[in-house]
Design a protein around this ligand. Structure first.
Ligand SMILES: C[S@@+](CC[C@H](N)C(=O)[O-])C[C@H]1O[C@@H](n2cnc3c(N)ncnc32)[C@H](O)[C@@H]1O
Length: 272
């Protein structure tokens, strides 16, 4: 068995995690609320086919930008992970992908809509950097432009210093194309979580295992996913401090009012 654990990079080049991201995201869409219709609808309403360009921060493998592009709307993606961008470039070579940090970028242009889908802002694990990401987004919006993003609303049971030892095994996946041995399958397990209430930083240990045809583990990769919890009042203040107006918050992608321990879905505007 090969073991290539990596504590620093959650989406490593050539890794089972990066290669299986779209499979996991598809499963998530089926079990929980699907973010794609929400972001494609906003793109249609705010920008439309002839109204400018959408920028996705933390675009990952490009699944959301690609769904927007399918509607004939111009869209570009930006991500810090070369491994995720490599997948986006392979799957959607016709789109524009930027390698940059959402906390510190300058594309020299402005956009009608900026989106940060699927908790990308929580992968920025420092409060100051989260604010810098919102400031960068503000600077890249046209006057009257809109920002939209979603976060997990902190469930306080999972924010305690003792962390959470529950192990959750996902359904076994087929091995993604081009990776692994013939007939092998992929087992993904969310292992223990630790939490630091001081910084609101949450670290989750993930295990990715290639299971051979005889059931043996032939490859194992461990990775740590780092997130920062953001409370609703904190998020609203951050948006206000960055200059955003018309701030709306919801608990889901259908526009229901804020509710504890669900999702936080935010929309705000750069003033006209
Ligand atoms: C959960 S994924 C979401 C990907 C995509 N938006 C989607 O919905 O499938 C979060 C993405 O944010 C990226 N990311 C994390 N920190 C970032 C940063 N500081 N700047 C740019 N991208 C970042 C990660 O590399 C990852 O691709």
């Amino acid at each position: 068995m090969t073991d290539s654990s990596n504590h620093d990079e959650f989406y490593p080049v050539g890794g089972l995690n990066t290669a299986s991201y779209d499979l996991r995201a598809d499963l998530d869409r089926k079990i929980f609320e699907d973010p794609i219709p929400f972001y494609t609808n906003i793109a249609s309403q705010v920008v439309g086919p002839n109204g400018g360009t959408v920028l996705e921060l933390g675009c990952g493998t490009g699944r959301i930008a690609a769904a927007i592009a399918k509607l004939g709307i111009a869209v570009e993606g930006l991500d810090l992970s070369e491994a995720m961008l490599a997948q986006a470039r392979t799957n959607y070579p016709e789109l524009t992908w930027h390698h940059a940090n959402m906390c510190d970028f300058d594309l020299g242009r402005s956009f009608g809509l900026i989106i940060i889908p699927f908790r990308g802002l929580q992968e920025v694990t420092d409060a100051h950097d989260q604010r810098r990401a919102l400031e960068c987004a503000f600077a890249h919006l046209k006057p009257g432009g809109v920002i939209a993003f979603d976060l997990i609303d902190p469930d306080l049971r999972y924010c305690l210093p003792e962390g959470d030892a529950e192990v959750v095994e996902l359904p076994i996946f087929p091995m993604p194309d081009g990776i692994g041995k013939a007939g092998s399958r992929l087992r993904i397990t969310a292992m223990e979580r630790t939490n630091d209430p001081l910084t609101q930083r949450f670290d989750e240990h993930w295990r990715f295992e290639e299971i051979g045809v005889d059931g043996d583990v032939i490859r194992r990769e461990d990775a740590w996913h780092h997130l920062r919890w953001v409370h609703r009042s904190e998020m609203r203040l951050m948006l206000e401090l960055c200059g955003f107006v018309s701030i709306s918050e919801f608990s889901d992608f259908k526009g229901n009012p804020p509710r504890y321990a669900t999702n936080q879905v935010w929309m705000a505007k750069r003033p006209d």
